[in-house]
Design a protein around this ligand. Structure first.
Ligand SMILES: O=S([O-])[O-]
Length: 292
């Protein structure tokens, strides 16, 4: 549809003056003429009779004027209806999220999301990556957000955000006092790690194995908060997402070990089963997630 041209045409038909039309629409006069020319070409007709004294509409101009008003009204109404449709999204959306995402990334995002769609009923289930994959596979949640990997062939997996992992300890830890720490300085340390099945543990195993590190002791806690408490009160190290420890670092409860090594990154992904692909609430959620 020639939206801009029709708008110009309607204004010109009403004020009957090129200069005034250009002023009202914040256009140049040649643009106004071009819009009219484009319409005349499109409809293969003359729309105005120009005489030095006045500007008159031709009969086809009159016809187009009535229809153009209807078209514009319909266009505006459609725009309005679509806007309202988005604001009145109803129904439920069940989101499964792994711990780091569910506890640290999702809350501010969901507050904004709920403000946009106040009639949507949101439910978040938090578990580790393996548990969330299972919930998505068995349709117990509409969509899953995970920090680990999955090889589930029947699910769609899409990375949506990069996450940085850091090695943290209490401020009293010997390595926290050093200006620079080499990976080899991490030999024979006590670690606290997440449980098998979590994305964080998967990365930890990879980190220890690929650097040939010997672990003096390993304590497993299936909660990021639990790990942080252990670190603050003990003398172990842990590999956690920076988003999990950001506030504790800011408040001086934990320190990031300053490694010579470049930062460690992984990707967060959203996953869903193909049957959820066309669910309106899922589509809206994904659209916001990608454009956050
Ligand atoms: O909760 S996690 O680290 O998959």
């Amino acid at each position: 549809m020639y939206y801009d041209e029709l708008k110009t045409f309607i204004t010109l038909a009403e004020v009957k003056n090129f200069t005034k039309t250009a002023e009202i629409l914040h256009l140049s006069q040649p643009s106004v003429s071009l819009h009219i020319k484009n319409l005349e070409k499109e409809f293969q007709t003359k729309l105005f009779i120009r005489s030095p004294k006045q500007l008159r509409m031709t009969p086809t101009g009159e016809l187009l004027y009535d229809r153009a008003k209807q078209m514009m009204a319909l266009y505006e109404q459609t725009k309005q209806d679509i806007l309202e449709h988005h604001h009145s999204v109803k129904g439920g959306l069940k989101i499964g999220a792994s711990f780091t995402i569910g506890e640290y990334i999702l809350p501010p995002f969901l507050l904004d999301f709920q403000q946009r769609y106040p009639e949507l009923e949101l439910e978040v289930i938090i578990g580790n990556t393996k548990e969330i994959v299972e919930l998505v596979r068995s349709y117990q949640v509409d969509i899953g957000l995970i920090e680990g990997q999955t090889n589930e062939k029947e699910l769609s997996v899409h990375p949506f955000m990069q996450d940085e992992l850091v090695i943290v300890a209490s401020n009293r830890h010997e390595l926290a006092q050093k200006e620079e720490v080499a990976i080899t300085d991490l030999q024979n340390e006590a670690w606290v790690a997440r449980e098998v099945g979590s994305g964080t543990r998967e990365y930890f195993n990879h980190f220890i194995r690929s650097n040939g590190l010997k672990v003096k002791s390993l304590m497993i806690i299936s909660s990021n908060q639990g790990i942080k408490e252990m670190l603050i009160n003990g003398n172990a190290l842990s590999l956690l997402s920076r988003s999990v420890v950001a506030r504790d670092i800011e408040h001086g409860h934990l320190s990031v070990i300053r490694l010579k090594h470049p930062p460690f990154y992984r990707m967060f992904s959203y996953i869903y089963s193909p049957v959820m692909e066309n669910k309106q609430t899922v589509l809206i959620f994904l659209d916001r997630l990608q454009n956050r």
